[in-house]
Design a binder for this molecule. Sequence first.
Ligand SMILES: [Zn+2]
Length: 249
Amino acid sequence: MILTKISVLHDNYIWILYNKKGSCIIIDPGVADAVITKIIQKKLNPIAILLTHEHIDHTGGVNKILKIYPNIIVFGPKEIKNNYIHEVVTGGDKISLLKKNIYVFFTPGHTLNHVSYYLKPYLFCGDTIFSCGCGKVFNNNYLDMYYSIELIKSFPKYTILCWSHEYTLSNLNFSINIIPKDKSIKKYYKKIKKKLYLKKSIFPFYLFNEKKNNIFLRTNDPSLIKELKLQSKSYFDIFKYLRIEKNNF
Ligand SMILES: [Zn+2]
């Protein structure tokens, strides 16, 4: 399987996964035109759309894509009310496409019914976690978000995380502000900044690297807890504290 991404809107990524025959799956098409251009360019045949959650910057392109490619099957969680959803999915479901199994994981927190899709080694995690950060928590569902992030942490270490927004540098800026003495994060910040300056790709993002440099995946890390002076708090409290601090950053 070959993975490609399209950068659209302010900072969104749309992912397209395709096989050697050119059959493809589109993940979270927030816009249509850039996707259609890519499909034509690469001579692809779209067979399915996977949606992680209801937000318009993830779903806004679906209607127009369907008008041009009416045979596409659209998968998504029940929170997406639009009538273009053909198959409602939730955690535990298995989707068979392109002769592969795609496993659906329930990852609420950003929204009430957010899901992520796993096709080894790729995890399409929408707005649950980002490079060195995590999504905003709507509906005050901090506990759901905490457990969703813990679930993602349990994936194999070479899982490639495919999130829907590019916030790497701003997330690292926040992390440095919160734990300025952390050597790993400071080193990683320099590395990413240099790559971006040289216009080099910062992909792929592996889970094992996020475990070192994403503070939201380190809420049980004694060095982080010590630096935050939150030794008396639970791991969940530390997560909530960090997320609220990020909201105000
Ligand atoms: Zn969202």
